[in-house]
Design a protein around this ligand. Structure first.
Ligand code: ARG
Length: 269
């Protein structure tokens, strides 16, 4: 199958103050040191890779009080140029939501919805051609799914996450192109697996090894799929489908429980 990359616009935040001082997911161990210069270099590598692929990368000002701000995907969901703000589940990250809203207000966005219910932006929302897939169980409230559906006027499909290692939807599922996705079934409840099978019968199914390398935390532009380099089992199946996998090393950020996708919020026109 012939694949085409389409130019994207992303919002990212440099990990200038990244550290692991608290633990709100099983990947975070505050006793493990973080190599900050290495984290920065890995992040810059990702940003530069996007730019060299022809994408626009906007950046947010990092805040020393918000060490998880590098995970910019969680700050909002932008579809059709409309912005659904985030509302974080844990107090440690609460203030990030306002930083994102300020950025949107200062960058020409006028259709902005401040949420009533907890949602962690693109951490739990994934946009396919026909649906918005929405995770629940660990972070985003099921009520945020209705809120997103009403705001965007797109069908929102709620999916139950059941494994604490895959606490956000974007740690277990990734949109490759149109209505084509890849995911790790075991991260979902039996009913949600059934929903995914029905809606996406041709999905690429990841195994436990690639999922545990956070291989589903990937970003696709329709051709290039940037993904954590340790998820080697995904390379062949992606190539077989006509994609060009681009392995990235974000090992330091993995200590916070995130990788490629978590660092990348897509600004959809
Ligand atoms: N430490 C962050 C948290 O637990 C990691 C967020 C990762 N972001 C993501 N989109 N999955 O909230």
């Amino acid at each position: 199958m012939r694949r085409d990359a389409t130019p994207r616009r992303y919002l990212m935040c440099p990990p200038a103050h990244f550290k692991v001082t608290y633990s709100i997911n099983p990947w975070m161990d505050p006793t493990k040191p973080v190599d900050l210069p290495l984290a920065l270099a890995q992040w810059e590598d990702l940003r530069d890779r996007y730019r060299s692929l022809g994408h626009i990368v906007e950046t947010l000002e990092p805040d020393p009080a918000l060490p998880d701000m590098v995970f910019a995907a969680n700050g909002a969901l932008v579809v059709d140029g409309r912005v659904l703000g985030a509302r974080f589940a844990y107090p440690e990250r609460t203030a990030e939501a306002e930083r994102h809203l300020d950025w949107f207000r200062g960058n020409g966005y006028t259709d902005i919805h401040e949420p009533s219910h907890v949602n962690e932006g693109e951490g739990d929302f994934a946009v396919t051609e026909h649906y918005i897939l929405a995770g629940r169980g660990f972070r985003s409230s099921p009520l945020s799914h209705d809120e997103a559906q009403e705001f965007f006027g797109r069908p929102v499909i709620g999916l139950d996450l059941v494994d604490p290692r895959y606490y956000h939807l974007d740690t277990a599922l990734s949109v490759l192109d149109g209505d084509e996705i890849m995911y790790y079934p075991e991260a979902f409840s039996p009913g949600s697996r059934g929903v995914l099978r029905r809606l996406f019968p041709d999905a690429l199914i990841a195994d436990g090894r690639d999922a545990a390398a956070l291989g589903l935390n990937a970003v696709s532009d329709g051709l290039h799929v940037l993904l954590p380099q340790a998820a080697t089992g995904l390379l062949e199946p992606l190539r077989d489908r006509g994609f060009e996998p681009v392995p990235m090393d974000l090992g330091e950020l993995l200590k916070g429980g995130g990788s490629v996708k978590c660092c990348t919020q897509e600004l959809r026109p």
